[in-house]
Design a protein. Structure first.
Length: 599
């Protein structure tokens, strides 16, 4: 393991001060490249030391027994110092002597450090819980043995035991942050915390054997001795009964009795909080990686909704539907032919569609641009299915011990129409998130901060772009195409309602009314989507903005390359740099097009 370096400026400065006049250009370029690589590597490990849980997710096992209090003021101060120090460290690098590839990494690293520092200006730590990213749920999933935390060796079990012992203090910190939020008028809307309360209560069990935290004890790997099993079982039961479950119970009681009664009931947007307008404008910039304003994005969403409605009207003609758009929405939403008979049938249909994509993927992608890691499609766990999105993706373990996972929500089958399977599978699994993210993780030529980085506008823009590839794969019929348009319509609606909530002061009912009027959605999904936008301001904007940019760049490439255009080459160029801001993607595609047309 490389040692963690939190203060290495002297070393870097010594290297940077080597007399350069005696070095050849190639030698100095190599020196600067190595210096930059050292900065990246040192930051990577310093970052993981500060947030050990993140280390577990990226496959670095040396911190698996540690659990940092990332909600504390101490952590925030340490985070600020880390970002400032490594931003300063870049001054030791001679940018002019870097290769183009290193300049790209330098620019991305510098940008990330600046954004991280800017984000610390806003009190995100006072909103530590929501129904989408509930830390209490995250820990339970890790403790179940079904996520990134390994349970393969006796040491693994001891590591998780140590982490469980840290849970009560962290939950007390979360409670303290919530209390500070009440004092400073920085709170979640009441409906959100009612959802969170339900999730936390699910882990307050009377019988420890029914806890997710108990599951590793029911699934010991082969090779454990009886003495080890007995000792671990006793230790786990003691910690779960006396520390973990009481911590969940205390947090739930605080949220129910003290926090919820003082939360917001009508003003659901970020703009209603202190610094709210500035906070949301920052999130729009961070999430979209553009300079688009909230008002511009709102207008773009309205225009896209109108355009897609017209495209759906064309589908209505194709299938011979007699009626208006609202009637077609009702038909495709409510007719039993579009409903799955069971969760098992839904899962099987998605798995079958994915297999068909796999058989055709080389039509649109070069073989060397396919990830080595495999993936699975799994149902969302019962304890979070009521509030989870329709689908989500979890990255594979770097060591191959865990595949990528497309979590499919099978709750409320009447709200999960059959025509959604194509776009959702393409987006979450292949060639969407799994291909893009898993491939990025496998790009060992990139600095590790780039291999593990996620730029939402790129990653989600790519996911939404891939939904339109169903026709090129030859897998879409008219209703599949309709499903793709509905998925794109949803992302366009998000532009309208996200800015509506957080910039224009819309109520939750205004959001729902707009959804019902413009898409074939049932209450279960409409409510979960609306509540998602409430707690993730700006995140929903990234999908459509990113997709539009990728489509724009593809059209530009087709126009400039004409007969020389090969979509597989275009996809290679989009993916080969990993997850990057949209402005950087545009620059890199332009460079590629210049090189392809220079002769």
């Amino acid at each position: 393991m490389k040692p963690v370096v939190l203060s290495a400026l002297c070393l870097w400065l010594l290297v940077a001060c080597t007399p350069v006049e005696k070095l050849s250009h190639s030698t100095e370029e190599l020196q600067q490249s190595e210096l930059l690589a050292d900065i990246f590597e040192d930051y990577f490990y310093a970052d993981l030391a500060l947030d050990p849980l993140q280390a577990t997710y990226v496959g670095e096992t040396q911190f698996n027994g540690e659990l940092a209090n990332t909600f504390s003021d101490t952590y925030r101060s340490q985070r600020q110092l880390l970002e400032e120090e490594f931003l300063m460290a870049l001054d030791a690098v001679n940018y002019a002597q870097l290769s183009d590839a290193d300049k790209l990494s330098y620019d991305l690293f510098q940008r990330e450090r600046k954004i991280a520092l800017e984000r610390l200006q806003f009190p995100t730590h006072l909103l530590p819980l929501n129904q989408m990213y509930n830390y209490a749920n995250q820990l339970a999933r890790l403790g179940s043995g079904e996520s990134a935390q390994p349970f393969d060796t006796y040491e693994d079990y001891q590591n998780w035991l140590n982490r469980m012992r840290a849970i009560p203090d962290i939950f007390l910190q979360i409670q303290a942050n919530l209390q500070q939020g009440l004092a400073t008028d920085v709170t979640q809307p009441r409906i959100i915390m009612q959802r969170v309360l339900e999730q936390i209560r699910a882990h307050v069990v009377e019988d420890v054997a029914t806890s997710l935290y108990f599951q590793p004890l029911a699934n010991f790997p082969e090779g454990f001795t009886q003495a080890q099993r007995t000792a671990l079982t006793e230790a786990y039961v003691q910690v779960i009964e006396n520390q973990v479950v009481p911590a969940y119970r205390a947090l739930a009681e605080y949220i129910e009795s003290e926090y919820i009664p003082r939360t917001r009931t009508t003003d659901i947007g970020l703009s209603h909080l202190p610094q709210g307008k500035e906070w949301y404008a920052f999130e729009v910039k961070r999430q979209t990686t553009t300079n688009l304003t909230p008002d511009e994005i709102h207008a773009l969403g309205l225009a896209e909704v109108a355009r897609i409605h017209q495209a759906i009207a064309d589908i209505m003609d194709d299938v011979g539907f007699a009626g208006d758009l609202a009637a077609f929405f009702e038909f495709t939403r409510d007719n039993p032919q579009f409903h799955y008979a069971s969760p098992e049938a839904m899962l099987a249909d998605y798995q079958d569609f994915a297999a068909q994509v796999e058989a055709r993927v080389l039509d649109l992608f070069h073989e060397d641009m396919l990830p080595q890691a495999g993936y699975e499609i799994r149902r969302v766990e019962p304890f979070r299915e009521q509030t989870a999105s329709s689908g989500s993706y979890e990255v594979p373990a770097e060591d191959g011990s865990r595949p990528g996972i497309f979590y499919l929500n099978t709750y409320g089958l009447s709200a999960r129409p059959t025509w959604a399977k194509g776009p959702l599978t393409l987006h979450e699994a292949i060639p969407g998130h799994h291909y893009q993210v898993a491939l990025q993780r496998e790009m060992t030529n990139l600095p590790r901060f780039r291999r593990y980085n996620v730029v939402v506008a790129f990653a989600e823009g790519w996911g939404l772009y891939t939904e339109s590839l169903g026709d090129e794969f030859g897998l879409y019929d008219s209703y599949d195409r309709y499903g793709q348009l509905i998925a794109e319509l949803w992302r366009s609606i998000r532009l309208v309602v996200d800015t509506g909530i957080h910039w224009k002061g819309w109520s939750k009912q205004q959001v729902l009314d707009y959804m019902y009027a413009n898409a074939p959605v049932k209450e279960a999904r409409a409510v979960s989507e609306a509540e998602r936008f409430i707690v993730l301001p700006g995140q929903a904007l990234a999908y459509k903005v990113g997709m539009l940019k990728i489509h724009e760049l593809r059209q530009r490439a087709q126009q400039r390359l004409a007969d020389k255009f090969d979509v597989r080459d275009f996809h290679r160029e989009v993916l080969r740099h990993g997850s990057i801001p949209l402005s950087v993607l545009e620059r890199e595609i332009e460079r590629w097009l210049d090189s392809e047309t220079s002769d």
